[in-house]
Design a protein around this ligand. Sequence first.
Ligand SMILES: [Zn+2]
Length: 218
Amino acid sequence: MQRLLDIIIPSRCLHCSRILPTHQHLCISCLHQLPYTHWEFHRPNQIHENFSSLKNFLGGNALLFYTHGNATYKLLHANKYYNQPQVGKFLAQLSFYKLHEIDFEAVIPIPSHSNTLKSRGYNQTHLIAESIANEFNVPVYKSCLKRIKQSSSQTKKNRKQRLSVSAENFICQQKISEKKVLFIDDVITTGGTLKACIQSFLEKNDTSFYIFCLAQAN
Ligand SMILES: [Zn+2]
């Protein structure tokens, strides 16, 4: 069926629009030129700068750099707004080798507001977290954290507005028994939302944590 679809509606590279021979997301050239951060969990990087002041921080990493219009932007946009959840799975697979550096025992996705979820039909961060949890054979806690107040799209806000997201925007609904968790997010811009989220988690759980995001905005 997929082969037939490839002939009728050929898939195109999400970045350069070149027609692809099989159903993929990027052409070979764009795949090789993805803007990898080449960061490591245990070496200082931008995520360390942002989050190391939180208690129980173990390390952080981002797979790719994100700027408006770059290949990362187009992949995440396809995943988030154009109903292409398989792009999220593809990005999760690209991430697996980085995650072998760390010893996490559970995965927690950073929540979107439920209204966003309803309009889209799926939560892209949940799917990525599920793929990672399956690969590493650990549990995923999808309803551990809940966003209780909708904020308009983070990327449309200015820096001050983004930083004003507080811990009151999230509640932690679950006490978990694992001692080392991995928080998963799609894009970190200022880190304000993620920080608020982790703070609400730490109020209820004395758990050490790693952070992994698909992309760091720069
Ligand atoms: Zn391409």
